[in-house]
Design a protein around this ligand. Structure first.
Ligand code: HMG
Length: 388
């Protein structure tokens, strides 16, 4: 039985800052941000959007009543959740009106957890072929104003429906994975900002990729020639390219060109949004599928997932016949069309705004937020959510 991604949608808040403006304000050569890092724009979340609402809005790009009735597992991958105890998935389960007889949990392992969720979903469908699983990946990446990591922030979510006989990508079974205890990036409970050893994290990302790639080739008895395209976790668009370049000489010049061209398509959306941690790899996949004109049904796509701390996994899928029709290309295009550019000063103001942390009450208007699901306030230490 084929199991895999039946639907995939993303959401990003409607505000963004231009990287040329940010570079100028930080006294940096703009080419460092746009070429050296590879980011053109960075999504900025207003107070009315958090990881819960971003995930709900991503799922609303494709969810219908039949799916609401058949989803019996909701897995929410995030590293910017809103509560230490209650799962962010429960709020989304409610906002989306999913039938009540479902399991719902939040998962964490930096940017890797959505991949763990995907693999768990696959096992669940293998045992329950009529079920559907909603996998959510949602984050708001914050390193702090004027830090080296600032240029690699972002906000957004990806939602995926996992089922038997999927319409988009069926997952294969020979993935390779690795766990090692390293301190390249972490965020203690008391800090709203991530701590990072930037250069070390870059090196570890590549080392993990090389290790799982070697392991995968042995395990699956395949080579780079067996792949139409590779997608990478994209903390910034240059990062995946650095990893890809380490293995390109394993294939012909023509294949190298094709893989690099398709890599560019996988970065089109991320370049305008930034790092969305758990969702970044999957945003890259949507971007690839919606922007490539050469991919075809039957093509094999490889995916490298990396979550600092760290876990790495290389896994693969095969594009299904008619996959193009199952994509949400127009909806996604409209999300970008609706976006509004903000100045660096406006971004800084939004970045420092916080919901009350002392139990006091706040009611938020959504007049500037077109998203269907939004944070409508906070009362007695509880976030209030509304769906239009
Ligand atoms: P930095 O020190 O500001 O930048 O930090 P740099 O000096 O290394 O320069 C970056 C690139 O710009 C270099 O290119 C420069 O040559 C180039 P490279 O050598 O890397 O190819 N450059 C220029 N290019 C054109 N014109 C110019 C110019 N000037 C310089 N004028 C760093 C960059 C990414 C380290 C920093 O932003 C950071 O710490 N970011 C956060 C950490 C991160 O994203 N790590 C990635 C791997 S870890 C990961 O992916 C996991 C993560 O998503 C977290 C999770 O799992 O939850 C982060």
């Amino acid at each position: 039985m084929k199991i895999g991604i039946d639907q995939i949608g993303f959401y990003t808040p409607q505000y963004f800052v231009d990287m040329n403006d940010l570079a100028e304000s930080r006294g940096v050569e703009p080419a460092k941000f746009t070429i050296g890092i590879g980011q053109s724009e960075m999504a900025v979340a207003p107070l009315t959007q958090d990881s819960v609402t971003l995930a709900a809005n991503a799922a609303l790009t494709f969810l219908d009543d039949e799916m609401r009735e058949s989803i019996d597992l909701v897995l929410f991958g995030t590293e910017t959740g809103i509560d230490q105890s209650k799962s962010a998935g429960i709020y989304v389960h409610d906002l989306l009106d999913i039938q009540p007889y479902a399991r719902t949990v939040e998962m964490k392992q930096a940017c890797y957890s959505a991949t763990a969720a995907l693999q768990l979903a696959k096992g669940h469908i293998a045992l329950n072929p009529n079920s559907k699983v909603l996998v959510l990946a949602s984050d708001i990446a914050r390193y702090g104003l004027s830090t080296a990591g600032e240029v690699t922030q972002g906000a957004g979510a990806v939602a995926m429906l996992i089922s038997a006989n999927p319409r988009i990508l069926s997952l294969e079974n020979d993935s390779a994975y690795i766990t090692k205890d390293i301190m390249d990036f972490w965020r203690p409970n008391y800090s709203p900002y991530a701590y990072v050893d930037g250069k070390y994290s870059n090196d570890q990302y590549i080392a993990f990729f090389n290790e799982v790639w070697e392991q995968y080739k042995g395990k699956a008895n395949r080579s780079l020639d067996d792949f139409a395209a590779l997608c990478f976790h994209l903390p910034y668009t240059k990062m995946g390219l650095k990893a890809l370049r380490t293995i390109l000489d394993e294939t012909s010049d023509a294949n190298q060109d094709r893989l690099q061209q398709l890599y560019e398509h996988s970065t089109t959306y991320g370049r305008k949004i930034g790092n969305i941690y758990t969702a970044s790899l999957y945003l890259g996949l949507v971007s690839l599928l919606e922007n490539s004109e050469t991919l075809q049904a039957g093509d094999r796509v490889g995916l490298f997932s990396y979550g600092s701390g760290a876990v790495g996994e290389f896994f693969t899928g095969i594009l299904e016949e008619g996959y193009e029709e199952a994509l949400q290309k127009d909806t996604h295009r409209n999300i970008f069309v609706q976006r509004e550019k903000v100045s660096v000063a406006q971004y800084e103001e939004m970045f420092t705004e916080r919901l009350p942390e002392d139990g006091s009450e706040i009611m938020l208007s959504n007049e500037n937020d077109p998203a269907p699901a939004y944070v409508s306030g906070m009362k007695d230490h509880m976030r209030l959510y509304t769906r239009k």
